[in-house]
Design a binder for this molecule. Structure first.
Ligand code: URA
Length: 435
């Protein structure tokens, strides 16, 4: 087999055979196929796409390229959840204890943030002492004893995806539905859960800019998961506006605690309840509306918060955050952003909010940037809110005032303020079930 023949055929939009896709993934992972040929192949995929069979073969080959996690020592149906990434998306911090409080174990491996989007591991590491690097045996034991554990990806999980993603990042080949679907699903399959709920985001702060594109991506991923024997559901959610009011690691942990206390912003609570209901449904806890009520009760009764306390204790996190969540962000200096004129917030640019937060120190410009856990933004007003000239619309938290003016500029430009009250924001576009 020769890589050049595969590139030529993909360039003409032909379907490749299973052994050819495996040849590409294995050869690229072990270094026999050079980056320039892999890049040409990826670009051909961006232009001519892949059939469903090709995507499934590629996902499978990538999932098998390294370790595969065996969760069979944990009793019951194990449910995983994955977000395609957004701004202010702290749903995993809430969902892991919430779903565990309803009796469904959550053994979750999460990633770090890059660019304008945050990562769950960075958020958890904003909690003093919290350990996200555990060996496999301790990870499984913690899930068995506590019901929930969230760690960073460890070991040699999907090395093909790590290498391919790094190449896609520098060759303009990230935004391809088949490549994103195979990348996300290979990691989910290798991580071992029986059921997977996907939160596929669309809008300015997401990979998929329209709901239609998000639905297309979600359908492909649900199909792949089903073909690999997993129970699947995908929720299509809006990322034109940051989720919740807080962006930045420590601030987002504090906001997650608020939701677990039965309070917090309505949009964040609603997305969490929709996702939790799907996770509990796939785990066999009953019809979706019963599952939603179960999740609602766990938030209102404090049992989800108690589960988060237990999870934090098991992972070494400082329990003071529950009495004094301010310790998560009080090291930063706070600056206010004022509304430039009267009106209604018509829309926001979620990606620009994420970039502003990154400039304040909450995110990574490059993979080796150092994060300030206390940095970030609290949005006091969001899309749909009325504002008065001079009123504070956001508070900026940073220990790096050198980038403050640029961050303020980005954030102010992310708001469009005008005369009329806009239509309400549609938060959940729909749910795709794997049936
Ligand atoms: N997230 C992933 O894990 N992979 C992609 O390709 C895009 C988003």
């Amino acid at each position: 087999m020769r890589m050049i023949d595969l590139i030529e055929r993909k360039k003409r939009g032909k379907e490749l055979r299973e052994e050819e896709i495996r040849y590409f993934i294995e050869g690229f992972t072990d270094g026999r196929i050079p980056d320039y040929q892999a890049a040409a192949f990826l670009m051909a995929v961006c232009f001519t796409g892949m059939t469903d069979r090709e995507i499934a073969w590629m996902t499978d080959a990538m999932a098998r390229s390294g370790d595969q996690v065996d969760l069979s020592s944990i009793p019951g149906v194990k449910v995983d959840k994955h977000s395609t990434g957004g701004v202010g998306d702290k749903t995993t911090l809430i969902l892991a204890p919430l779903v565990a409080a309803c009796g469904v174990p959550v053994a979750k491996m999460s990633g770090r943030g890059l660019g304008h989007t945050g990562g769950t591991v960075d958020k958890l590491e904003a909690i003093p002492g919290f350990c996200t690097a555990m060996n496999r045996a301790d990870f499984l034991r913690t899930v068995r004893e506590t019901g929930a554990c969230v760690v960073g990806q460890s070991g040699n999980l999907t090395p093909a995806d790590k290498k391919l993603y790094a190449l896609r990042d520098v060759t303009g080949t990230v935004d391809s539905v088949p490549l994103i679907a195979a990348s996300v699903m290979s990691k989910k399959i290798a991580a071992g859960a029986d059921a997977i709920v996907l939160d596929v985001k669309y809008g300015g702060g997401a990979f998929m800019k329209t709901a239609q594109d998000a639905v297309q991506l979600a359908r492909k991923m649900v199909e792949i998961g089903r073909a690999c024997g997993r129970k699947m559901a995908a929720v299509i959610t809006n990322m034109n506006v940051p989720l919740g009011n807080c962006i930045g690691n420590g601030l987002e942990v504090a906001e997650a605690i608020e939701v677990l206390e039965g309070r917090g912003p309505d949009d964040l609570r609603e997305v969490c309840l929709v996702l939790a209901a799907q996770m509990l449904f796939l785990a066999g806890k009953g019809e979706v509306d019963i599952c939603r009520q179960m999740a609602q009760k766990a938030l209102d009764s404090g049992s989800a918060l108690e589960k988060f306390r237990q999870m934090c204790a098991a992972q070494g996190g400082d329990p003071t955050i529950f009495q004094r969540p301010e310790i998560l962000y009080e090291k930063a200096k706070v600056y206010e952003l004022a509304a430039p004129w009267d009106g209604w917030i018509q829309e926001m640019d979620a990606e620009a909010c994420g970039r502003a937060s990154m400039l304040l120190g909450a995110g990574r410009e490059t993979a080796d940037s150092v994060i300030d856990p206390a940095a970030g933004i609290v949005l006091c007003r969001k899309t749909g809110d009325p504002v008065k000239e001079g009123e504070t619309i956001a508070r900026l938290y940073t220990g790096r005032p050198d980038q403050l003016e640029q961050a303020k500029k980005e954030l102010l430009e992310s708001y469009r303020i005008a005369g009329e009250k806009p239509d309400a924001v549609l938060l959940v576009h729909g749910v795709i079930l794997g049936e």
